[in-house]
Design a protein around this ligand. Structure first.
Ligand SMILES: Cc1cc2nc3c(=O)[nH]c(=O)nc-3n(C[C@H](O)[C@H](O)[C@H](O)COP(=O)(O)OP(=O)(O)OC[C@H]3O[C@@H](n4cnc5c(N)ncnc54)[C@H](O)[C@@H]3O)c2cc1C
Length: 451
């Protein structure tokens, strides 16, 4: 089943009506939500608050109490260096505050580069003038234009990129902005002082270390930080797909759809929603996908003209679409996205990427409007110095396809990073930030805020 048909099937059961908290039972029934994982237990500063909801726990061991050395301090610590995290880190640093970016891999881009998810979707949608309109602007447009102008991407609308060139560009932008990068470090917990995160704990090959911070941006994709901090969230189930690249296609120069003429990408997986927080399940699938990909490429080599193709790489980043999604102060709903809702606290716009059922009608991709993202959807309910961006900010199940596309991740990343920097400068909680100042700053950075 292809992406559009999957969408059709997954949404058909809800008759296309905006999904509200009241229809939770329906979603659980449809297998899209994990029962019992809808809110956290409210404990602050835990290393993990949700293990029992995803894994069969057969007892506990006690870790001896120990002191954790503080090895660095920054105004803003960004966890996760995917499309959202890089946008957040660069845009925070451009406001003149000190920024540390923590990334568990040794490259930037997350699913975009490491997951080999190369087309930047949802850059456009239908504008009020009924024409196809660019939704994003700001850092997203800056990055896409640089990739296109250098020949590292093709197609101005929803550009498809060369992943190594993208990693290069993201590293360059991070270095130029003066962000301090910490690779090979996994955020493993937080320490709290009341409702504030005091430090982010990271695990690396020198053990567990602490980074002291004033503000934190959770760009981990999986909502690791808001989970550690004890903020409410929803755990959603999605299918997992592993992307791979094949090379050796020189004999088919005319049908290429990538800046790299010799290559093709493929996706492998079953369209069956899984719990992406169950590491055993995810690991089993990853293994099956790798075996399947190898065998599929061997089979493809038997086709006439394909004798010289070979498997170049299987994506190093696991292809999980959605796991935890924040229960923010206001999660954007499908209805708001379809009805031109203007938010007083708008911080960016999303384009669209798929058709779907809405109010009993099948709405074509070209007829779906661009939609606004409110600042409140980036703010957790409890923790005062945390902002959330990328595929785990607060949005309704029904707009999942747009809300987690790469361009929308960059839009929420830019807003979260800028807001974190301004909150540091104004010494206020994220929710108390002067939103008009945030909007002015975003407009100056060419972010589109109006229909
Ligand atoms: C198979 C598949 C196909 C897709 N197709 C498209 C498409 O065609 N076009 C499109 O626009 N979008 C597509 N998407 C969606 C899109 O790729 C992602 O939603 C988007 O890239 C997410 O960006 P992000 O920065 O929010 O998260 P991620 O890319 O997941 O980045 C999160 C980063 O945080 C790091 N991290 C996580 N936890 C920790 C931790 N505890 N400590 C330190 N670092 C941590 C990760 O290593 C990662 O680098 C697809 C997704 C998948 C899985």
């Amino acid at each position: 089943m292809d992406r559009r048909n999957f969408l059709k099937c997954s949404l058909a059961g809800t008759a296309g009506v905006a999904i509200t908290p009241e229809s939770l039972a329906e979603k659980v029934k449809a297998g899209m939500i994990i029962p019992g994982a809808v809110s956290s237990d409210g404990k602050k500063g835990a290393v993990s608050t949700d293990v029992e909801k995803h894994l069969a726990v057969s007892g506990y061991v006690k870790e001896p109490a120990h002191k954790i050395p503080v090895v660095a301090e920054a105004d803003v610590v960004v966890v996760g260096g995917g499309a959202a995290g890089v946008s957040a880190a660069v845009c925070a640093a451009r406001q003149g505050v000190s920024v540390i970016l923590v990334e568990k891999a040794n490259y930037l881009g997350g699913l975009w580069t490491g997951g080999l998810v190369l087309p930047v979707l949802a850059t456009h949608g239908k504008g009020k003038n009924k024409a196809w309109d660019k939704a994003t602007g700001g850092f997203c447009t800056e990055v896409c234009d640089t990739l296109l102008n250098n020949g590292w991407a093709i197609k101005p609308l929803n550009p498809k990129v060369d992943p190594e060139a993208t990693k290069y560009l993201l590293d360059k932008l991070i270095a130029e902005a003066g962000v301090r990068i910490v690779y090979n470090a996994t955020a493993a917990g937080v320490t709290m002082s009341g409702n504030r995160i005091e430090s982010v704990l990271i695990d690396c090959n020198t053990g567990r270390l602490a980074l002291r911070c004033k503000m934190v941006v959770d760009a981990s994709g999986d909502g690791c930080v808001f989970n550690f901090a004890g903020d409410p969230y929803e755990a959603r189930r999605y299918h997992m797909t592993t992307t791979y690249r094949m090379a050796g296609f020189r004999s088919f120069p005319d049908d290429h759809d990538s800046p790299l003429l010799d290559m093709r990408t493929g996706g492998f997986g079953v369209n069956e929603p899984i719990d992406g927080l169950d590491i055993f399940e995810v690991s089993h699938r990853q293994q099956q996908h790798r075996l399947g990909i190898w065998e599929a490429v061997e089979e493809r080599k038997k086709k006439p003209g394909h004798e010289n193709i070979y498997l170049m790489e299987v994506a190093p980043t696991t292809g999980l679409r959605v796991t935890r999604v924040l229960n923010s102060i206001h999660n954007v709903t499908l209805e708001e996205s379809m009805e031109w809702t203007a938010f007083p606290d708008v911080i960016g716009m999303s384009g669209v990427c798929d058709p779907f059922y809405y109010k009993g009608r099948w709405i074509a991709h070209e007829d779906r409007p661009i939609w606004q993202i409110p600042y409140r959807s980036l703010i957790p309910q409890e923790t005062h110095n945390l902002l959330v961006c990328g595929r785990c900010f607060g949005y309704d199940q029904g707009i999942t396809w747009d809300a987690r596309e790469i361009s929308t991740c960059m839009v929420t990343g830019q807003a979260a990073g800028t807001a974190a920097a301004l909150s540091t400068l104004q010494r206020c909680a994220a929710k108390d930030l002067d939103v008009s100042r945030l909007q002015d700053t975003l407009r100056k950075a060419n972010v589109r805020l109006d229909f």
